[in-house]
Write a protein that binds this ligand. Structure first.
Ligand code: GLU
Length: 593
């Protein structure tokens, strides 16, 4: 999902819009455009395929001006990247719109609009919004009522800003499952998809809530909630530190980024879910066709991203019901491969420049994979450029070297991918809706999990003067035990090894002694009995056990030195939630050392 900036003022806003677009560039996009209402109440529009600098060049050649305007950077989901498909879209020379997100019922709406002989000029789902508003105006509704009625017709995820040629000095914004923030200036007001864009313009902002409609004028902003009631939304004061490059109140970036996870995961989910589905097109225009054809999945990544891939194998096989292989990129790239027909090749990397992962992608192109998909945090990266499909993890800048929030955002992206694939593979609609509900509650569960901070800080003395440690788990949490061990090694320099708890008896048990901390993850699932018997094996050897256990699991307290009770979480989401105590543990042990 890409960027929106809009402004109503008593001065020319064109340069404000262009500057805003430049500030939105970090999100990645394929085209850009802007529309203003001129002093003689006409629309003037500039659109360009590619970078904002091309739009700027157009503007330099054909300067336009107007006091009311909207602008957009587009990441195509419906219709190829092109000038024709770039936003803003205009209907009947009366209504101009910019839209972030996906209109799920676009086919039905397009058919209806064509039956009314609407002149649709692009392949996008977004243009249809402009026509719907225009039809409402023609039916005698005023501008506000037209937009309100629109919200009853469109389904999916959207953030939309709309202007009406006959009403300069006014802009209406509406959102659902896609972020939108109003900026309050002095005798001028703005709307943007990202508060960061507003920072040079104003520090006073209102974050719109789902279903809100904002009626924006130069001297006032009126917000209505989903039921049409006028509401007073809180005015927030932006901090300069919003750019993400400051530690704020946190001692280290790693801790700050651990705490950013509920927000980062919420952003990653935002715009990609409707109430019942994952919006497949969020992965790219060709995603529906490719997912429909996919019979196998091959995931290739390094380090933490590889662990995300290991979790995804459980999700893809269980939720989508198709086979999934996961491999370390530095191994994959140097071997001969046999590729099953219709295999989707997936890479995962925070930076999108991880050398082995990139080389693996390039080597995969020599084989007959169905398509390539990248899960990445950096839109302007080689991995994104060279893949057919992309899902951006909206983790924001990760400054700490040990990956934290980008890992949980990768996981959130991968579970969305599993559900999206599942919807083409006969996933039961009830299960799908249930998974969407669970996912929507995830940021809240992560908030709760962060409250364990102090309890975790209090147990790290067990690691004082220790050289070795062991991380145990079973099933879907085994990759999280691996990630916990990797985090600890990476930042505390303590040797750490992860072992599937069922494998302990085949050798590793010999290492268990009272001097070695053993971290065990015990979610509430079918394997809980099994892991309890592993705990007995450890207890007989006097192992020093630290348990992270779901509140519901009944435990024999004599088997553990420390027990941290985890919030209640559904099994499939446990990997995301249990990542947090692993990160906090590594952080506090490193501090202690
Ligand atoms: N679905 C819209 C399109 O393809 C909006 C994409 C975006 O969020 O940039 O034009």
């Amino acid at each position: 999902m890409c960027g929106i900036i809009g402004a109503v003022a008593s001065r020319d806003v064109t340069s404000t819009l262009l500057e805003g677009l430049k500030r939105l560039e970090y999100r990645g996009y394929d085209s850009a455009g802007l529309t203003v209402i001129t002093s003689d109440n006409q629309f003037e529009r500039l659109r360009a395929s590619g970078k904002v600098k091309y739009l700027q060049k157009l503007f330099d050649k054909h300067p336009i001006s107007g006091n009311t305007g909207i602008a957009h950077t587009r990441w195509a989901t419906h219709g190829k990247p092109s000038e024709q498909n770039a936003h803003p879209h205009i209907a009947g020379n009366e209504v101009a719109i910019v839209h972030n997100g996906i209109i799920e019922n676009h086919q039905i709406i397009r058919a209806k609009l064509l039956s009314y002989r609407c002149d649709i000029t692009s392949e996008t789902d977004s243009e249809l919004i402009a026509h719907l508003v225009y039809l409402e105006l023609n039916a005698g509704n005023n501008f506000f009522a037209a937009v309100k009625n629109l919200s009853h017709e469109i389904e999916g995820a959207y953030a939309i800003a709309i202007i009406h040629r006959s009403e300069p000095g006014r802009m209406i914004a509406i959102r659902k499952s896609s972020p939108l923030v109003i900026g309050l200036g002095t005798n001028e007001n703005y709307v943007a998809s990202d508060a960061l864009v507003l920072l040079p313009l104003t520090k006073r902002v209102i974050y719109l809530e789902d279903g809100d409609i904002a009626d924006i004028y130069t001297d006032k902003v009126i917000v209505y909630d989903v039921n049409g009631n006028q509401v007073q939304r809180e005015i927030h004061i932006l901090k300069d530190s919003l750019a993400g490059a400051e530690k704020e109140k946190y001692a280290h970036f790693m801790l700050k980024e651990i705490y950013e996870q509920p927000d980062a995961v919420a952003k990653t989910l935002e715009g990609r879910l409707s109430s019942r589905h994952v919006l497949t097109e969020a992965f790219g225009i060709k995603a529906p066709e490719i997912f429909n054809q996919t019979k196998h999945v091959m995931i290739v990544a390094c380090g933490t991203s590889y662990h995300a891939g290991l979790v995804a194998k459980f999700w893809i096989e269980e939720i989508a019901g198709i086979s999934c292989q996961v491999e370390i990129a530095s191994e994959y790239r140097y071997r001969q491969k046999i590729v099953e027909p219709d295999t989707l090749f997936i890479t995962i990397s925070q930076s999108g420049e991880t050398a082995d992962t990139l080389a693996a992608l390039r080597s995969a192109k020599k084989y007959n994979y169905l398509a390539t998909l990248a899960i990445c945090n950096m839109p302007v990266s080689s991995l994104v450029r060279e893949s057919d499909l992309v899902l951006m993890t909206d983790a924001g800048p990760e400054i700490g070297v040990a990956s934290t929030k980008s890992f949980t955002c990768q996981l959130a992206s991968l579970i969305m991918l599993s559900i999206a694939l599942g919807s083409y593979k006969g996933l039961d609609p009830g299960t799908e809706t249930n998974l969407i509900k669970l996912l929507s509650s995830l940021p809240r569960v992560l908030e709760q999990t962060l409250k364990l901070d102090l309890s975790i800080k209090n147990i790290v003395s067990d690691f004082q003067n220790k050289q070795d440690s062991l991380f145990l788990a079973r099933g879907i949490l085994y990759p999280i035990a691996k990630e916990g061990a990797l985090k600890l090694k990476e930042i505390s320099y303590i040797h750490a090894e992860a072992c599937p708890a069922g494998e302990l008896k085949h050798g590793t048990l010999a290492l268990v002694n009272p001097a070695m901390p053993i971290i065990v993850l015990v979610p509430e699932d079918d394997l809980v009995k099994k892991i309890k018997s592993n705990l007995e094996e450890i207890a007989t050897r006097g192992g020093n056990v630290i348990l992270f256990a779901d509140k519901r699991v009944e435990l024999d307290y004599s088997q553990a030195r420390q027990i941290i009770r985890m919030p209640v979480v559904e099994r499939l989401l446990a990997p995301i939630v249990y990542s947090i105590p692993m990160q906090l543990l590594a952080y506090y042990v490193a501090l202690l050392k």
